[in-house]
Design a protein around this ligand. Structure first.
Ligand SMILES: [Cu+2]
Length: 373
């Protein structure tokens, strides 16, 4: 950070008391402006604490500065040897800690109420259920009430620019003014869902489902990230929530359903595709789903993630290639890709067998995948 900017930030910390809170949020020295009631409460507890500490800071520092100046040696000040015998000297041992405790309890009291609100999901018929599944290293969102699934992956640096590690290909679209129950789980290791504007941070634990809730009160784009160290590319798990009005959300849901039907029709196993079409489709899919490990260049990151360029499997027998993509390899990070349809697998495999100088010339059709599965 440039020095001048650092100085502005430190100065602004002391103006927390007097400045507009939103402006400070935008400067990046306070929490972002909350977008949910619980987040607002957390924010208020934080501001209460900041205010109390600032007042204490001013009182304590005034005492110190006063003493340093008026009780300095050159003024001939003599330390008071009888302070402890005065009324104040006797009783301050009791009432100063008591005052501190009162301040602590004031803060704890509001914090306790807020925590309870986060923990207790309201029993509400109209709750919208959203299942959040953490994967190494992407997020999956299932809209349980709408029968929609969204896979959300980070946008590579070339495309994301300044928003690198803050932007994803598919955002988590959520309606405002609707109570949403978040059900968190993980497909592999610990992850954690964290979007500061929504107020909560919740662990996603394999084999368990943890729940929280939020009601988003304003439209906007809210960015967060995985908040549990989950391996090499923990940093590549940004979360982007796009909060929209109920009407916009409904039309988004319709759009997703149409897309899903179209994808199913397109992927029907009997259609025969040209090599170019498969290659193009495969490139897009590979770059979003496989490149985290095998890299866009196909060079992988040996020894953890093998290169596919010139790999014995990607240039060898097609059936072995199909097998590892369909079934994965147990005990390794290579998972079975059963979330992909025939067409998607056929195009990824065609791409891998013809990209990066893997000039096998092979074309794999959806029907071949169907037969192998
Ligand atoms: Cu993670």
């Amino acid at each position: 950070m440039p020095r001048a900017k650092a100085r502005i930030r430190i100065l602004s910390l002391f103006t927390l008391l007097f400045c507009s809170e939103t402006a400070l949020g935008e400067l990046g020295i306070n929490f972002p402006t909350p977008a949910a009631p619980v987040a607002q409460e957390i924010y208020d507890v934080h501001m209460l604490t900041m205010r109390i500490t600032t007042v204490l800071l001013i009182i304590v520092f005034s005492f110190i500065l006063y003493s340093i100046f008026f009780h300095r040696k050159s003024r001939g000040y003599q330390a008071d040897q009888h302070f402890h015998e005065t009324w104040f000297g006797n009783w301050s041992w009791i009432f100063v800690p008591a005052m501190v405790l009162a301040v602590d309890l004031t803060i704890a009291n509001s914090a306790q109420k807020t925590l309870e609100k986060i923990w207790v999901v309201p029993k509400d018929e109209k709750l919208m259920d959203l299942k959040v599944i953490g994967h190494q290293w992407w997020w999956e969102f299932e809209y349980l009430d709408h029968d929609i699934k969204v896979e959300s992956r980070y946008t590579p640096e070339e495309k994301a620019g300044d928003l690198y590690l803050r932007e994803v290909d598919k955002r988590l679209v959520l309606p405002t003014n609707t109570r949403i129950r978040f059900l968190h789980t993980s497909a592999d290791v610990l992850h954690a869902f964290w979007v500061p504007e929504l107020g909560f941070k919740k662990d996603a634990i394999p084999g368990y489902v943890t729940e929280t809730w939020a009601e988003i009160t304003r439209e906007g784009v809210f960015r967060g990230q995985c908040a549990e160290l989950c391996g090499t590319w923990h940093s590549r798990m940004p979360l982007v929530v796009e909060a929209v009005s109920q009407e916009q959300f409904n039309s988004w849901v319709e759009e997703q359903k149409t897309l899903k039907v179209a994808a199913l029709a397109e992927a029907s196993a009997d259609k025969v595709w040209s090599k170019e079409d498969l290659f193009e489709k495969g490139k897009g899919l590979y770059n979003s789903k496989c490149s985290a490990c095998h890299q866009i260049t196909g060079l992988g990151l040996p020894p953890a993630f093998p290169a596919l360029k010139g790999s014995p499997i990607a240039t060898g027998s097609i059936s072995e290639h199909l097998k590892i993509v369909l079934n994965g390899k147990e005990g390794t990070a290579m998972q079975p890709w059963n979330s992909l349809n025939y067409l998607e697998i056929a195009s990824i495999i065609t791409y891998e067998r013809n990209a990066w100088g893997n000039d096998t010339g092979d074309v794999v059709q959806p029907a071949d995948v169907n037969a192998a599965r």
